[in-house]
Write a protein that binds this ligand. Structure first.
Ligand code: FAD
Length: 477
């Protein structure tokens, strides 16, 4: 093995492309297999992307200081050429309303809306320009495995790829295989169950989202402002102006037969707002992952990135930024492992540490998952009460929408107690959620420093117990 591995990536999503780009830039031999098509890569709509993730992966963050109705904001690359990935719209502060519209908060929304198709193509282009081969219409249908069945023993040695046009399959060996196949986690879930990282995501780890971009009816008198309605129908609903002529509106709900169809929520909203015309520009929807990461993102010869690794914000399902950060961290870990001529768990462990501990992303997302598990059944009345009493404050909402867990402090706890005194069962639930979230956050910061089978098994066992408690608390509530 040399210091420049042969690398195969399954899936050309945001995470896979950043991973491929960074490794190809460092001189690795990288091939990306993508079952879809270049022209239709990404979503046919606008996604809210974390500005910090864009910036960290080399996209200049525009829009600091921009206002909702401000002038056109242009997106350019470092040389000043337009990239076309950003919508003209950006909102540093967003109105977040209680489900019953009785009160609102100002949330620092650290996102920018991107044209996800343009961004998807740009990421593929960048990976190619860096030297990665990107093969469209190629589906990775299997992984090649050797070694034993435990996480420390199993080795991924390559993939089986099907050329969708000819139907031919071939086995290809690689030093590193990356799974960026989205929430189906096609490769990770083919590892032996006994590795502890092969589970499929369960139904309750998904939301259902529908969004539509419509022509704006400028003649209509409709003082509808950009806003986000928090906790509405177990999820959220939003409306935002993309620009002078276009409005983006949508809704997300828990993936549960009892939840309403998010498309119906959107249609009902549109029927009450004459400024949103019937003219559909683009849109769509589907399942959105809000689950938790596998206990390790690496095995020998293997890394998992993006939705396949649940690098999504549990409160919103936003995962494009997390995937890009996952791709970046995984590439850094592979470069450092390769410099030692190794591709085993021990050498790749740095990726786990970067995700769960150093960046705190994994720890924050895990703690927010605990909060979501316990609090997702709150009624509109309860959530609206929390808004009015400022127990759900601007700062807390800002944190959770931006993927951060708020560690409780004494003044906040005192304020919560005083404000919520008339609803003791709600207070109990909040206390259970905060306590579980804090425990889980701290537990993730104590993630094993290096690969050690016994330490990992103990850490995973405790993780599963902590999460099981959040489910039983929900059931008891
Ligand atoms: C309706 C909706 C709205 C969303 N809105 C937002 C938002 O506003 N902001 C945000 O950040 N996120 C949003 N998300 C989530 C976001 O789309 C994902 O988190 C993000 O795209 C994950 O990136 P990824 O790198 O994991 O790859 P993905 O985007 O999941 O792409 C995976 C790629 O792998 C390919 N593939 C799959 N299987 C194979 C295989 N076997 N072989 C080869 N190729 C394969 C697929 O064709 C696909 O191109 C939304 C999701 C939905 C459904």
């Amino acid at each position: 093995m040399t210091d420049k591995f042969k690398v195969i990536v399954a899936g050309a999503g945001p995470g896979g492309c950043i991973f491929a780009r960074d490794l190809a830039t460092a001189g690795f031999d990288v091939t990306v297999f993508e079952k879809g098509d270049y022209e239709t890569i990404g979503h046919n709509w606008s996604d809210a992307m974390e500005r910090s993730a864009l910036e960290a992966t080399g996209f200049p963050a525009p829009f600091e200081g921009a206002v909702n109705t401000g002038p056109l904001v242009k997106s350019t690359d470092a040389e000043g050429n337009p990239t076309g990935i950003y919508e003209q719209h950006a909102y540093p502060y967003m109105e977040v309303w209680a489900p019953d519209y009785s009160s609102r908060k100002a949330v620092n929304f650290r996102y920018v809306t991107t044209d996800r198709r343009a961004l998807g193509k740009l990421l593929v282009d960048q990976a190619r320009q860096a030297g990665a081969q990107v093969m469209f219409h190629h589906e990775v249908v299997d992984v090649l495995l050797s070694g034993g069945n435990s996480l420390g023993d199993v080795e991924v040695t390559g993939v089986v790829v099907k050329d969708i046009e000819t139907g031919e399959t071939q086995s290809i060996q690689a030093d590193i295989v990356a799974d960026d196949t989205g929430f189906h986690a096609v490769l990770r879930t083919k590892l032996p169950a006994s590795t502890g990282i092969a589970d499929k995501f369960s139904d309750d780890e998904f939301g259902m989202v529908h969004r539509t971009v419509r022509k704006r009816n400028k003649n209509a008198i409709d003082p509808v402002a950009d806003h986000y309605r928090y906790g509405y129908q177990t999820g959220y609903q939003w409306i935002q102006y993309l620009n002078e002529d276009e409005i983006d509106t949508g809704a997300g709900v828990r993936h549960d037969p009892k939840s309403p169809n998010p498309k119906d929520i959107v249609e009902e909203f549109i029927s009450r707002h004459p400024s949103i015309s019937d003219e559909i520009i683009r849109g769509g929807g589907g399942l959105c992952l809000v689950g938790r990461s596998p206990a390790s993102l690496v095995a020998k010869g293997f890394v998992v990135i993006g939705d396949a690794a649940a690098q999504t914000i549990p409160m919103t399902g936003c995962g494009a930024g997390g995937a890009m950060m996952g791709g970046k961290f995984a590439a850094e870990a592979v470069i450092s492992a390769a410099s030692k001529g190794k591709n085993d768990c021990e050498a790749l462990w740095e990726y786990n540490r970067k995700w769960f501990v150093d960046s705190r992303r994994g720890a924050n997302y895990a703690a927010l998952t605990a909060l979501r598990n316990i609090l997702q059944d709150l009624t509109h009345d309860d959530i609206s009460f929390l808004f009015r009493k400022d127990i759900l404050s601007d700062a807390m909402l800002t944190d959770s929408i931006n993927g951060l867990f708020t560690l409780p402090d004494l003044p906040t706890m005192a304020k919560t107690l005083a404000g919520g005194i008339t609803r003791p069962s709600l207070l109990l639930k909040l206390n259970a959620a905060t306590t579980a979230g804090t425990k889980i956050f701290k537990h993730y910061l104590a993630y094993p420093k290096t690969w050690d089978a016994a330490q990992f098994a103990a850490w995973k066992l405790k993780t599963d117990r902590l999460f099981a408690a959040t489910i039983s608390k929900k059931a008891a509530a």
